[in-house]
Design a protein around this ligand. Structure first.
Ligand code: GCB
Length: 598
């Protein structure tokens, strides 16, 4: 019996049929947060548009190395093969295959995208990078037959340097995207949202001078405006920074790095006056731009302060989910979401349960909406596995580095509803420390569970958080509100608590007494009561209701739900408001109109 490598060496045409370790050659290079490049103000060549597409449930693409095949038409073949790019169907990028065609709707597995594009081989020392906004859940990039890298994690951007693999003229790019649920993934098997697959954010090329700015972080600290700049090479020199109307000057960069605090007193960004400054930084031939707000967010005792003023968070959760587009967001969708938030009188959105499209935070900056962003360390994952930790940590760094200049983001969330085990504590403590180290200007949180034995808000992780998120569903999964009152009375947290989730399912149009589950009346009553109780508890700094829109999830199969979570205060059409919508708006108005200004 020959080993696989012997079969391969013998050029046996059937060897790939026996190869089950076919992924091994395609695990490296891993594309990580280390490869991220600051993108503000850069010109790009878009690769969005029509791509050829096929699902690949048997993983033949990697087994048979489809990416190495030439493009001879089938009539000219002398040996048959199972790869014929020209025969594939087409699909649009960005999109989710799960919403593109009925027959792909429930497909979980690998799929291949391919297209041609025309470019020039970079000359004069320039570099060409491919940037993918997000692909769920892992993606492998192949360019003109070369494997360029693997990215793991379904909601954050990644870059690959393609300078040496492009040619002047026609190039073939192929991307294998795989949304299989896996033991080592973050999230793992079990989630309360739909597992969409695809290249569902922008794909683009960006050409940069060899010496370019890779990192540009700018944010307000207690001492002034802090700037962190990193270059692609350990070069020293002078960077020029301009914050229009506020500051203009030189910064000394030493060996490719600088961290400096500028003595400037910006007008604060605030929800009711979201002042943004146009900022640019240049070094040598490279220049980047951004629109940035400056504000302070801090915790003192059990209170939160925004620019020194007490802050009460009137919030609601949002999933990246759409009946027609799946996880794919666009400008219209994002702005509609925030318009609804405004109508509710809400001031914060919890972007559940993974990093959303980067435009969300940019638009929130413009509109003065606060954000909680988080990574999908959701329910059970393999907390004792090193590669799972590296994956979660990388997603966290990619999220923070992508959005760190956004004033709207006040909270980084490191997880949701994870049981308080030793392994989980060690895993999430390290995530909280990573977030704090990467971005000391924001608050760290996680949505925690109740200690059922003591019946208290108690989770060992809270020692490492600034704000305790508390998910609780009294009035829904747990009948009545006595339990909630008892819990809040018996708990003495030393940090601010935000009710990070609560709610009830309501089928749009189903009416009845407010004691009947799944009616709109029931949901409205739960939200009203929950907010009444929260508002009377001094260590609670806000609520984030679950959720703005009904969303697709295969876990829910009652006659009312049929594959949808119905806790939205608006139906899945993103238009029809349930009674819970006005109940929530009323509750936010009554309780928090003047009491805790923002
Ligand atoms: C939760 C989860 C959220 C679910 C929600 C529900 O606690 O964090 O993802 O969708 O409950 O509706 O049960």
């Amino acid at each position: 019996m020959k080993t696989i490598s012997q079969l391969e060496d013998s050029l046996d045409p059937y060897w790939h049929l026996h190869e089950e370790d076919f992924e091994a050659p395609f695990m490296e290079p891993l594309l990580t947060a280390q490869n991220l490049i600051f993108m503000g103000g850069r010109d790009v060549q878009t690769l969005n548009g029509e791509w050829r597409f096929t699902i690949d449930p048997m993983r033949e693409g990697l087994r048979q190395r489809w990416f190495e095949n030439d493009s001879q038409p089938i009539e000219n073949w002398t040996i048959p093969r199972d790869y014929d790019d020209g025969a594939w169907q087409t699909t649009h990028v960005p999109s989710c295959w799960t919403t593109e065609r009925a027959e792909w709707h429930r497909y979980e597995g690998a799929a291949w995208y391919s297209r041609m594009f025309v470019t020039e081989q970079p000359t004069g020392g320039e570099q060409l990078f491919l940037r993918v906004g997000a692909a769920n859940e892992r993606a492998r990039i192949f360019l003109n037959g070369h494997f360029c890298g693997l990215h793991i994690g379904g909601s954050t951007p990644f870059f690959v340097d393609v300078t040496h693999h492009v040619i002047s003229g026609e190039n073939l790019i192929m991307i294998e995207v795989d949304n299989s649920r896996r033991a080592d993934a973050v999230p793992m098997y079990h989630t309360d949202w739909f597992n969409h697959g695809g290249l569902y954010r922008d794909v683009e090329l960006v050409k940069l001078p060899k010496l370019h700015i890779t990192k540009f972080f700018i944010r307000l600290t207690a001492d002034g405006i802090r700037v962190d700049l990193t270059l692609s090479a350990p070069q020293s020199g002078v960077a020029k920074i301009n914050i229009v109307g506020l500051y203009s000057g030189d910064i000394d960069v030493i060996k490719g790095n600088v961290s400096v605090t500028l003595a400037a007193e910006p007008k604060f960004w605030a929800p009711n006056d979201p002042k943004l400054y146009d900022v640019s930084v240049s070094f040598d031939k490279d220049i980047v731009r951004d629109r940035v707000g400056f504000r302070h967010i801090e915790r003192r005792g059990t209170s939160l302060f925004l620019n020194g003023i007490p802050l009460w968070l009137r919030g609601i959760g949002v999933h990246e989910e759409d009946k027609e587009q799946g996880k794919c967001s666009n400008e219209v969708d994002i702005r509609r979401r925030f318009k609804h938030l405004r109508e509710l009188g809400a001031n914060i959105a919890r972007l559940s349960h993974y990093p959303h499209h980067e435009r969300v935070a940019e638009i929130a900056d413009e509109m003065g909406i606060l954000l909680w962003e988080e990574i999908p360390v959701y329910w059970a994952i393999q907390f004792d596995r090193k590669s799972t930790f590296e994956n979660a940590k990388n997603q966290l760094l990619e999220m923070i580095r992508r959005d760190t200049n956004r004033a709207s983001v006040i909270l980084w969330g490191v997880g949701n509803e994870n049981a308080d085990t030793d392994e989980r504590l060690s895993f999430m403590r390290r995530l909280a420390e990573t977030a704090r180290q990467e971005d000391p200007s924001r608050l760290i949180t996680a949505a925690c569970l109740i200690n059922r034995e003591k019946f208290q808000i108690e989770d060992r992780l809270t020692a490492y958080l600034d704000v305790i998120g508390l998910n609780q569903y009294f009035g829904w999964y747990e009948p009545g509100f006595e339990g909630l009152e008892k819990l809040l009375k018996s708990s003495k947290p030393d940090k601010p608590v935000i009710i990070s989730e609560t709610g009830a399912d309501a089928l749009t149009g189903l009416h009845g007494p407010d004691t009947q589950l799944f009616t709109e009346e029931y949901q409205a009553a739960v939200l009203t009561r929950q907010i009444d109780i929260a508002a009377q508890t001094d260590y609670i700094v806000g609520t984030s209701i679950w959720i703005l829109y009904d969303f697709r999830t295969d876990r829910r199969q009652t006659r009312h739900q049929r594959g949808w979570n119905l806790k939205g205060v608006i139906a899945a059409d993103k238009n029809t408001k349930k009674l819970g919508f006005s109940a929530l708006a009323r509750a936010y108005q009554i309780h928090f109109k003047d009491a805790k200004p923002d």
